[in-house]
Design a protein around this ligand. Sequence first.
Ligand code: RUB
Length: 327
Amino acid sequence: MGLAVPEEVVRVASDIREMRVRGAGRIAKAAATALMVAAERYPGSDAREFREYIRRVAELLLKTRPTAVSLPNAVSYVVGPLLRAPHVGSVEEARRLVVERASSFIRYADEALERIAEIGSRLVRDGDVVLTHCNSLAVVSIIKRAAQRGKRVSVYATETRPLFQGHVTARMLLEAGVDVTLIPDSSVRSLIRRVDKVIVGADAVAANGAVVNKIGTSLIALIAREHGVDFYVATETYKFSPFTLSGEPVVIEERPPTEVVPQEFLDKHPRLRVLNPSFDVTPPGYITGIITEVGVIPPSAALLVLEEIYGREGVREQASVAVDEEA
Ligand code: RUB
């Protein structure tokens, strides 16, 4: 038994789990903020207890949703040095470390988004029709920036069933004065000839350049390939997964059947099985380029990005940061 996790932190965890906070970037920033709040709120003076308490907060956050690798990457960036340190020092030192790492993660995330908007907007030509899927802040930022630069850009936004994140994308873009056409997910092949390029976000990028994003993304990539339409992924490099280097697959979240059909329908048809995978994997061969804060890279360069971030040795180390291990 240790100190209770503060209410505010429990709320952030439940906001992520219940998808009131969603999108890989926003999830990562919310987790970093929660760790900072937890560190600031620790009332005691025992450094070892502080470390155990932070470990529990990290575990709580990590358990919320399994797919977006931005979450374990953010958590391990913020608490990894404290949990791995051979000596803890004072509570004040440990607290400062967590708060500084959390702020530097959040600052990096904001700057990365800004760079992606700038770099990605250069790929958008005047008059382009861009198709996007789900709700990605990276994609929305690119399109808003292109519009701010005076490019006439219009967007086809898929509804993104079953939870309709496409409505969020439509609202964000409409508020920025961008023309949006909302389309059913299943209409992409019928409408692809009107589209100049596809840009989607990412929840995880594997070491081989495969991209995990909202369910349906890989079908759109397939259709784009069939019609010779460029397919871009916009993502911060903290969504690149060091875990995939050791052969670990990205876990695809399974969401409840009631997101697909109402409970009454399930009650009426007890033998009905419903599958509701939330994400899918787009193979690297279908991806024209990955727009990151360090530039537009081919999917084959994903491994280089991971090595650049973690170092060759660090890649292994990062892949094994387990917050449940005794530091
Ligand atoms: C969101 C989703 C987004 C990515 C990228 O899924 O798949 O495309 O997370 O978003 P969910 P961003 O709604 O299930 O979280 O660019 O904002 O990080």
